[in-house]
Design a protein around this ligand. Structure first.
Ligand code: HEM
Length: 496
């Protein structure tokens, strides 16, 4: 769906020629995107502080597909048109750098894929992207399933009631948010470093949590506006956490070099074998930065989605029953494998819907490298351009009844009919999430492993308070009442 403004701008670009940029005089004549006036600004800033999600949505609703928010020395531009989002993330990606918030992560993550710019980013992306190809992913599937099955075993849940029993079987309360985090942390840890290293994932997880907590405090509170040298306490904690993390990670890198690199399916070994265009291998520092990046980018995002999928299934017993029937029909009583996934459409739709309603990455940003036209407006060099998955995924133009959790909407080819950037949980263009297939496979395998064995009881409350920081995560625990469900054959027999 295109706005008149976007259509006009397309004609403008055609006039401008292949580069898609207008000449300086034509550019200077363009208006700046609309922004709140003095009264609107007070309300906008209040909303920005109290509820960043409704703030993002209201910017597009109140000011159109391209809007502007001047904030002192920074100017934020909000896009809410799929074609324009595609212009920035894909077609004109070379005209943008990463946004300042992502770049700030460099202090903790180093220069991995998430934070680096060209030429480092291009060389590393070329080396890393092939490591996520299908055959490699399949080797990690067993890790994902074993982790989930072990988690269900460790819950020690009460069994389902015997057929014809008078009373319902008891349940056990489990916080699905924290258990999902432990599960995905273990999976990404063993995928990156290999299962043989023993479990120091908790140590690594704690150091990363500490760094991320300080990062978020600096991002979201008054600390953002004071010189770094004043934040001695916070800085010390980051330095301490980083030193602890480095000790473990460099130790794992050294240990990995002692084993033949071709042995095992771990990402670290494969990264050590990778060569850039000049034939150079990654240094230990580069390996450290990429390993830590995978950890941070890859565990919380997936955990959030898994927890929300369980939550919604608890709220919709009929949907949960249909999903379990699909799993039992395809798998019988055995755990799932990568090869089963294409025969499980409702499972995939449930994950797609979870990432739509609760996109763990709820906004991506870029910085404009030069003045340019976008949607008929002038965007200036240095402007931060923000594109929100949250706003697009809840836009009723593309998703009728957008707040409803309704996986069936994906079962009739919706994805093919949507404009490309109306649904983009993993971003898009050259910097699309390098772990997107990994994450989709992990989410499906983990959810299938849980639902085939566990009855997810209704959570205590229908809604969960979320916190929109680096990711859109639950702000509170997510307790659910769980018990084992009847094995495959018994469910089918019971229903017949
Ligand atoms: C549901 C889970 C996930 C979501 C929603 C997600 C989302 C995203 C998004 C939106 C981006 C693009 C950021 C941008 O354009 O600025 C991104 C980048 C990235 N993600 Fe993910 N991600 C997920 C899981 C993973 C996993 C499992 C891994 C690794 C194992 C991973 C590794 C990365 C890396 C390294 C980047 C940077 C890519 C680059 O700039 O070349 N992500 N992710």
């Amino acid at each position: 769906m295109k706005t008149a403004m976007a259509a006009d701008s397309k004609q403008e670009r055609q006039r401008a020629g292949a580069g898609g940029e207008l000449d300086p005089a034509a550019l200077a004549a363009l208006p700046l995107p609309p922004c709140p006036g003095v009264v609107g600004m007070i309300e906008t800033l209040r909303r920005m502080r109290n509820d960043s999600l409704s703030f993002i949505t209201r910017m597009s609703r109140d000011y159109g597909p391209v809007s502007r928010l001047p904030l002192g020395t920074e100017t934020l531009i909000f896009l809410s048109d799929p074609d324009l989002i595609g212009e920035v993330l894909q077609k004109r990606a070379e005209s943008f750098h990463k946004d300042p918030v992502t770049r700030k992560l460099e202090e903790s993550l180093g220069r991995g894929l998430l934070t680096s710019e060209n030429p480092v980013w291009r060389a590393h992306r070329k080396a890393i992207a092939p490591l996520f190809k299908r055959s490699h992913l399949e080797a990690w599937a067993a890790e994902m399933v074993q982790g989930s099955e072990a988690m269900v075993d460790a819950w020690q849940l009460p069994a389902a009631a015997a057929a014809g029993a008078a009373a319902a079987a008891p349940t056990q309360e489990v916080d699905v948010a924290s258990t999902s985090l432990r599960l995905t942390l273990g999976i990404v840890f063993r995928t990156v470093f290999g299962a043989e290293v023993g479990d120091v994932s908790a140590e690594v997880g704690e150091a990363i949590d500490e760094m991320m907590e300080q990062f978020e405090l600096e991002l979201r509170t008054w600390r953002r506006f004071v010189p770094k040298s004043w934040l001695r306490g916070g800085r010390r904690r980051v330095a301490h956490a980083r030193a602890a993390l480095d000790k473990v990670v460099y130790g794992l890198i050294a240990a990995r070099r002692l084993r033949p690199l071709e042995d095992g399916d771990d990402l670290l070994g494969r990264l050590m074998l990778a060569r850039d265009e000049s034939g150079a291998a990654l240094t230990d520092e580069e390996l450290r930065d990429e390993a830590v990046t995978m950890f941070v980018a890859g565990h919380e995002t997936t955990a959030i989605a898994l927890a929300f999928a369980c939550w919604h299934l608890g709220l919709q017993p009929d949907l949960q029953r249909r999903l379990r029937e699909e799993l039992h029909a395809a798998l019988g009583d055995r755990p799932p494998g990568a090869a089963d996934l294409e025969r499980l459409p409702l499972l995939r739709a449930t994950i797609q819907e979870t990432l739509r309603v609760h996109p763990p990455a709820y906004v991506v940003g870029r910085t404009a490298l030069h003045d340019m036209e976008l949607g008929g407006f002038r965007i200036e060099a240095g402007n931060a351009v923000l594109m929100s998955q949250w706003a697009m995924h809840h836009d009723p133009r593309y998703f009728p009844d957008p707040d409803a959790f309704f996986p069936d909407r994906w079962l009739n080819g919706l994805e093919q009919r949507l404009p490309k950037f109306a649904y983009f949980p993993f971003g898009g263009g050259p910097q699309v999430c390098v772990g997107n297939h990994f994450a989709l496979m992990e989410l499906q395998l983990c959810l299938a492993s849980i639902v085939r064995r566990v009855e997810l009881g209704a959570p205590a409350a229908a809604g969960v308070r979320t916190s929109a920081a680096v990711t859109l995560r639950p702000a509170v625990p997510m307790p659910m009442q769980l018990r084992l469900c009847a094995p495959a054959g018994k469910v089918a027999a019971g229903e017949a």
